[in-house]
Design a protein around this ligand. Structure first.
Ligand SMILES: [Cu+2]
Length: 145
């Protein structure tokens, strides 16, 4: 099955990069994938859950899963997704922005992401989506260790 890239790039530019996410959708009411929750946040009128196998972000290259669900827990296809990990400038340390790259999966509302987080510490996740479910945007703090 061909996967379409649905998100990328930095969110410093507030504009979302819209890439068609027209792959076949099962539409089934699948549960969130197995794994442990790193962070679950409200965004727009949905809940976004960031997870991986350990429930913990670490410095370096890694894979994450991002799942969008509505108030009843049903997965929702949100179209384009962006997630940027941001750390403000600190002393002599420059501002850092590490964006995740997402692809759709064969499960509605479930996106697989790759991200290279430069250092450990407290990061800000800048999350946004735009598409068939409308749009939403939020930021949340998340530790990397
Ligand atoms: Cu820093």
């Amino acid at each position: 099955m061909k996967k379409s890239v649905v998100a990328i790039t930095s969110v410093i530019v507030v504009a979302l990069v819209m890439v068609a996410a027209c792959g076949p959708k099962t539409g089934s009411n699948v549960a969130a994938p197995s794994g442990k929750t790193i962070k679950s946040v409200t965004v727009g009128n949905l809940t976004a859950t960031l997870s991986n196998s350990t429930g913990q972000l670490k410095p370096g290259n890694q894979e994450v899963v991002l799942t969008f669900t509505d108030s009843s827990g049903k997965p929702v296809d949100v179209g384009a997704v962006s997630l940027n990990f941001h750390m403000d400038q600190m002393g002599t340390m420059a501002v850092m922005n590490d964006s995740a790259t997402f692809t759709t999966t064969d499960k509605t509302g479930v996106y697989r992401g790759k991200v290279d987080i430069e250092v450990g510490g407290e990061w800000q996740g800048q999350l946004a989506y735009e598409g068939p479910a409308g749009k939403g945007k939020t930021t949340f703090s998340v530790p990397v260790q």
